[in-house]
Design a protein around this ligand. Structure first.
Ligand SMILES: C[S@@+](CC[C@H](N)C(=O)[O-])C[C@H]1O[C@@H](n2cnc3c(N)ncnc32)[C@H](O)[C@@H]1O
Ligand SMILES: *[C@@H]1O[C@H](CO)[C@@H](O)[C@H](O)[C@H]1NC(C)=O
Ligand SMILES: *[C@@H]1O[C@H](CO)[C@@H](O)[C@H](O)[C@H]1NC(C)=O
Length: 442
């Protein structure tokens, strides 16, 4: 133990790593290449078809065509399971993107749409970040009386607080409380901000999960695969557990479990062994050390020369989830947030990877309590709510709602999650894995 304590104090000089393009999201480069080959082959086939009608297709051509069909089927299936936003990117925002260091809010117009039909007296932002979403919602709802924001990151909290304060000059009647706290404490924070919020319930709550650009782009936080820094990865600097504690001190089976469950990493056992072996030589002390280890392990494996980036991304995700106890916190907090909603109030959640999205989807289904699948209904069947604006104030039908799931306790307004428009994905690569799900309380 004493040895490990000493290990944790060694600091490593910084060096910059060349920036590499982010990994593709929907098709791996291999899949893209084989799709391209398959397409080229298919085109060549149709041109020469008339000339060589009788000649049978070679086995290779057949298997390539089959591969192509399979890839297209997978792509279509993925598109079906979500609703790609058709909203014009940037259309609703009066938010200014001053420079690259700043966090660009994801699905901003879509989130504003989710609440635009509501008469918002109160709004809670569980993940302030740079207050991009909060600013847009405050500006879109001059009727707002009570605002509560929170973040565990002091840098984010300070930045967000400054943005909110600036808005208060033009929204002087707005009561705004912000907290440097974890959203799992939402109930006690609401009680602290204004007990009436707990009694009458909140009209709108937002959770925009994951990391902000301020966090990822600061090497000192240890979140980035591409820049060397300490093995930290804490969103909340008050918490004592860091990534290096897991790598250098946790039992080997626990290291393996983290990689397997939180990284969905198929090479978890090999990585676990290498990580534990590294302890014999003093352990891992920088994200650079960890990346080197991953590069060594994945060297010569499938996925080409840059295959290591994908493995590294999964390993970093796994450690981040473990350090911040993200999945347990999420499930508990979704329930707590729903319980804080007023009747007709809405909770919107943006997730950034499949483990998170699965929890949001499943917890929403559990919360609403569907009567064995009879819950699915079309938009038309839905009744009005007191909290909603009257028809001449807003569009009677909300265009962003495609299909819903009704339950005893609430309605899921996004049977399939909303994903960013193609344009947003192009302009903000961080948005590519984003999924927005919305639930409304009965
Ligand atoms: C993607 S950013 C939010 C960006 C923000 N919506 C904006 O538009 O600027 C996520 C933020 O949530 C914070 N966060 C993550 N987990 C949290 C938790 N359990 N409680 C409070 N804040 C959390 C992070 O520190 C980070 O600042
Ligand atoms: C990676 O491999 C190189 C060369 O084989 C070796 O010198 C280095 O120590 C290895 N690094 C780690 C972290 O395993
Ligand atoms: C659904 O609502 C009922 C009645 O208010 C409550 O007892 C139950 O706990 C709720 N279920 C969930 C999963 O929140």
């Amino acid at each position: 133990m004493a040895k490990q304590m000493i290990l944790c104090l060694i600091s490593i000089p910084l060096f910059s790593r060349a920036l590499l393009p982010p990994p593709a999201v929907y098709l791996t480069p291999r899949a893209q290449r084989s799709l391209a080959t398959a397409t080229a082959t298919a085109t060549a086939n149709s041109i020469s078809k008339n000339d060589r009608m009788i000649k049978k297709k070679t086995k290779k051509q057949k298997s390539e065509e089959k591969k192509k069909a399979e890839l297209l089927a997978v792509k279509r299936k993925k598109e079906k399971r979500r609703t790609r936003s058709e909203k014009e990117f940037g259309s609703t925002t009066s938010f200014e993107f001053d420079n690259n260091e700043n966090h660009i809010p994801v699905l901003l117009g879509e989130v504003v749409d989710v609440f635009s039909s509501l008469n918002l007296r109160s709004f809670v932002d569980c993940t302030l970040g740079a207050a991009g979403h909060s600013s847009a919602i405050i500006q879109a709802h001059p009727e707002l009386e009570n605002y509560v924001g929170m973040d565990v990151d002091p840098v984010a909290h300070a930045k967000a607080r400054a943005h909110i304060d600036a808005l208060l000059h033009s929204h002087f009647h707005l009561k705004a409380n912000t907290f440097l706290r974890n959203f799992k404490h939402i109930k006690s924070l609401l009680a602290e901000a204004d007990p009436s919020l707990l009694h009458s319930g909140v009209d709108a709550i937002l959770m925009d999960l994951g990391m902000s650009s301020m966090q990822v782009n600061n090497p000192e936080r240890g979140f980035s695969v591409l820049a060397n820094g300490p093995l930290d990865m804490r969103m909340d600097p008050q918490v004592t557990l860091k990534a290096e504690d897991i790598l250098n001190c946790w039992p080997d089976t626990e290291v393996g479990r983290v990689l397997r469950e939180y990284g969905e990493e198929s090479n978890w056992r090999l990585l676990q062994n290498k990580i534990v072996q590294a302890r014999l030589h003093g352990g891992l002390h920088s994200t650079g050390d960890l990346v080197d280890l991953i590069r060594n392990v994945t060297h010569g494996m499938r996925g080409g020369r840059q295959g290591w980036i994908k493995t590294a991304t999964r390993v970093f995700q796994a450690l981040r989830i473990a350090v911040n106890d993200e999945l347990n916190t999420l499930e508990k907090s979704l329930n707590a947030c729903f319980e804080c909603l007023a009747p007709g109030g809405r909770l919107a959640v943006i997730s950034f990877h499949s483990l998170e999205d699965r929890i949001v989807k499943q917890t929403f289904l559990n919360i609403i309590e569907t009567d064995r699948g009879d819950g699915d209904v079309d938009v038309e069947e839905r009744g009005g709510r007191e909290i909603r604006k009257t028809e001449d104030e807003s569009d009677a039908k909300e265009m962003w709602i495609r299909s819903m799931v009704h339950g005893r306790n609430g309605t899921i307004l996004t049977k399939r999650p909303i994903t960013p428009s193609e344009e947003e994905e192009k302009l903000n690569s961080r948005s590519r894995s984003a999924k927005l799900r919305v639930i409304e309380r009965v």
